[in-house]
Design a protein around this ligand. Structure first.
Ligand SMILES: Cc1ncc(COP(=O)(O)O)c(C=O)c1O
Length: 481
């Protein structure tokens, strides 16, 4: 039998399996445990140790393994008590996008090879640019996520500030170490990107932040000035944060943009987390200035509830993407009109129709309903902040700037102070192991605590109340054990 004869026989069975899985999952995702309780990675021994299949395995056997090994050992990110990391639940409609994109298997590298795929990505990029506050000269490209978008942003910054020689000679185009300025709270992918670009993670110059987790702009200016004047370094880029990695705070984007203009630097903003909050009402005030950035990291797989992986790099002037990434290759025949091929706007040649699921989500939900949902998440964060403030056994570890609450148990009575860090450290794992909730551990100013991210459209006030009760119980158990 050839592949198509095999597939034709099994297509109906695969569709029936998918339909059943999807239905069962939709029914169960908001109930029961958040994840497998008492889970250890090594429990998946059977899965991990399976040898490379030589002969075909019957579908019933494969589905049985899916049912017994894979699906029960997943974490329900769709569950209302899942409030960890920035990993929101996804919209069902996007699964259609992933399935259709896999079945059609378009290669969105050249428009002639994927006409509709290119047009859909172009449209999605236009819409995201509009959300971000960019004008018609802007552009962008879909990438795997925020980390990759930060890498692209820094590559474009280097090409623009160092000029064309950076394409041919990379960092040898200028003997001075390039310098990137950002907050101490910037996401670590900026350091990774500097490492990959050969700029070096140590040339990411982190500047301290104030008690609101906003970068100290005066200190940054002093540092830039000092490094410009001494002549040893080549300052190239300022990276601002619109939603910091730890507590979702917003840098002063207007002042950072002015600083970048004053010293002829590229201004990149990591809005992977906070960018979509431009749709909320009221929105964080700093986001009024997001459009001042030369490039923006914006992740649909965060607060637009599109499944992984779906990130995006936006640029104020689309030409910068082409100037950085278009190289003459073995494929000489470009599509018409010029400049529409996504192979010329990034690292990837073979590219999936990743934009399709974002296109479906934006059309299905619309900016108005997104805005309402995101405003609700910010309200939930304020509600949880109040629960923490009202309880004298707990304290906030950072101000609540958007949808993240970082706090810790402070031990009730003084005699339990020796239990503080141990207890706080243990809360996320104990909640996880019992299957009750999934939250993060966090350390701020040397204090261990808990990080709760309101990025889940299923979470309601009652879930937050239940979370607080569960945490209080764990803490009082710690005092009595
Ligand atoms: C502010 C920020 N930037 C970048 C990233 C990295 O994004 P990704 O995980 O999509 O690579 C994250 C991830 O949570 C983030 O919060």
């Amino acid at each position: 039998m050839d592949f198509d004869e095999i597939q034709a026989k099994d297509l109906g069975i695969c569709m029936a399996y998918l339909q059943k899985f999807w239905g069962d999952y939709a029914d169960s995702r908001a109930s029961g445990n958040v994840g497998p309780s008492g889970f250890h990675y090594n429990d998946l021994e059977k899965l991990i140790k399976e040898p490379l299949p030589q002969a075909p395995q019957p579908l019933e056997h494969i589905f049985d393994e899916l049912d017994t090994q894979v699906l029960p050992n997943t974490v329900k990110t769709a569950h209302p008590m899942f409030m960890a990391y920035v990993t929101p639940p996804s919209l069902d409609i996007c699964a259609l996008g992933d399935a259709i994109s896999s079945i059609l298997n378009q290669n969105v590298s050249f428009a002639k090879l994927s006409p509709a795929g290119t047009a859909v990505e172009g449209k999605v990029i236009n819409w995201l640019c509009e959300i971000a506050g960019y004008s018609s000269k802007s552009g962008g490209v879909m990438v795997s996520g925020g980390s990759m978008a930060n890498l692209y942003g820094l590559a474009i910054a280097r090409r623009t500030i160092v000029g064309d020689p950076a394409i041919a000679h990379g960092n040898y185009a200028d003997p001075r170490p390039q310098r990137i300025y950002c907050s101490e709270h910037i996401h670590r992918s900026v350091h990774k990107a500097a490492m990959l670009l050969g700029i070096g993670a140590e040339n990411v110059c982190t500047i301290s932040a104030d008690q609101n987790h906003r970068v100290n702009v005066d200190e940054m200016e002093r540092k830039i000035l000092e490094e410009k004047e001494c002549g040893v370094f080549l300052p190239t880029t300022i990276v601002g944060a619109a939603g910091t990695r730890v507590c979702g705070a917003f840098d002063d984007l207007k002042r950072l943009s002015e600083l970048a203009d004053r010293y002829d630097l590229w201004f990149h903003v990591d809005a992977a987390f906070g960018g979509a909050l431009r749709l909320a009402s009221p929105r964080p005030a700093e986001l009024d200035y997001l459009g001042l950035a030369d490039s923006i990291t914006f992740d649909p797989h965060k607060l637009l509830f599109v499944p992984f992986d779906s990130g995006c790099l936006l640029v104020r002037e689309r030409q910068h993407l082409l100037d950085t990434f278009a190289v003459e290759g073995e494929y000489l025949e470009r599509s018409r009109p010029p400049g529409v091929d996504y192979a010329d706007m990034g690292m990837q040649l073979g590219r999936s129709m990743k934009a399709l699921k974002v296109w479906l989500a934006l059309k299905y939900i619309g900016t108005k309903r997104y805005g309402e949902e995101l405003s609700k998440l910010m309200d939930l964060a304020r509600y949880f902040e109040e629960l923490v403030r009202k309880d004298q056994d707990f304290e906030l570890l950072a101000p609540v700037a958007s949808t993240v609450v970082c706090f810790r148990w402070r031990g009730g009575e003084k005699r339990y102070s020796h239990l503080l860090n141990d207890t706080n450290q243990s809360i996320p794992a104990r909640l996880r192991n019992s299957g009750v909730a999934f939250v993060n551990q966090i350390r701020i100013n040397g204090m261990d605590g808990v990080r709760v991210c309101m990025t889940n459209f299923r979470t309601q006030k009652r879930h937050l109340e239940a979370l607080m009760e569960a945490i209080k119980k764990l803490c009082s158990d710690s005092m009595t054990s």
